[in-house]
Design a protein around this ligand. Structure first.
Ligand SMILES: [Zn+2]
Length: 92
């Protein structure tokens, strides 16, 4: 199944402000990349530091979030053989 050209993303919008925006759907850039369609996510302590703008280098528009459950949509040529399209994985 082809991925849509756009996806929804939660981005940093300044201290204690986040918003949902449309972003281009990512593409495989490296042979070890995978593309995961997130179906559930949560926040962790790191996200709170980002939300309060306590981490250097964060800029307005940076995509937040790194904890999730999803379905593998695409795999690079050098990914683990066990990771194939349609696998459900925990991203953490
Ligand atoms: Zn985390």
């Amino acid at each position: 199944m082809a991925l849509p050209s756009k996806m929804r993303a939660c981005v940093f919008d300044g201290a204690e402000s986040m918003k949902m925006v449309d972003k281009e759907t990512p593409t495989l850039q490296h042979p070890k990349d995978i593309i995961v369609r997130i179906i559930a996510s949560t926040v962790c302590g790191t996200d709170l530091h980002l939300y309060h703008n306590e981490m250097a280098g964060l800029r307005k528009g940076d995509v937040l979030g790194h904890e999730g459950l999803g379905i593998v949509e695409q795999v690079g040529k050098l990914t683990y053989k066990a990771w194939t399209s349609a696998n459900r994985i925990d991203c953490s």
